[in-house]
Design a protein around this ligand. Sequence first.
Ligand SMILES: [Zn+2]
Length: 233
Amino acid sequence: MPDELLERLRRFQTDAFPLQRSLFKHLVDEGQHPLTLFIGCSDSRLVPYLLTGAGPGELFLVRNVGAFIPPYDQSQGFHGTAAAIEFAVLNLQVRRIIVCGHTHCGAIRALYGDVPAAAQNLARWLDLGREAALPVAEPGPEVLRRTEQRAIVLQLERLMDYPMVRHQVDAGRITLHGWHYVIEDGEIHVFDVDRGRFVPAAEADNAGTGPYQRFTDADELDYSGVPLMPGDD
Ligand SMILES: [Zn+2]
């Protein structure tokens, strides 16, 4: 039986990698300097690089079930998401943090049902979204969508409890971005803290939740030093 995955690995190295060889070499020589920490749900339909048009070296990615953020002071050290937030802010000095949930999220749906008894870690993990759930037994599509959006805001609030995040946000060095991805439309809805609701990207003033600080292209180039196009170095 042919090994499809092995075939894909070989194709990457022979076909795709050569087109970006110089970019990867640059990223190896100079190290990574991503501007963005992207915390997204693990859902396979959410594809951060496609959505943002980012290339290698641009996104520091954290994926987990529900795009949840554990409390800063209760993670007890064994927490990948908490560790990644600390690393991204303190070491990489990212300039923006995106929390990205989405429609048809299994984690949000699970807030209204039971999980298998053996899934003890999952059951506990879902506690991080429970405050977002609405008091209904059988949620319809509208309730689920509202819960997905409420969960994103909840995570942003928890993110602000990380002292290094709050410090950088207060100093205007990091912007926060609450995004709800509508899979069927291919559209991000941005949480606008001033309007108190999610606004479709087509109508939004900016991609950030606040405080928002527009980066100029020059800033970005300066900061990352990463060539925009393969071979452009
Ligand atoms: Zn999800």
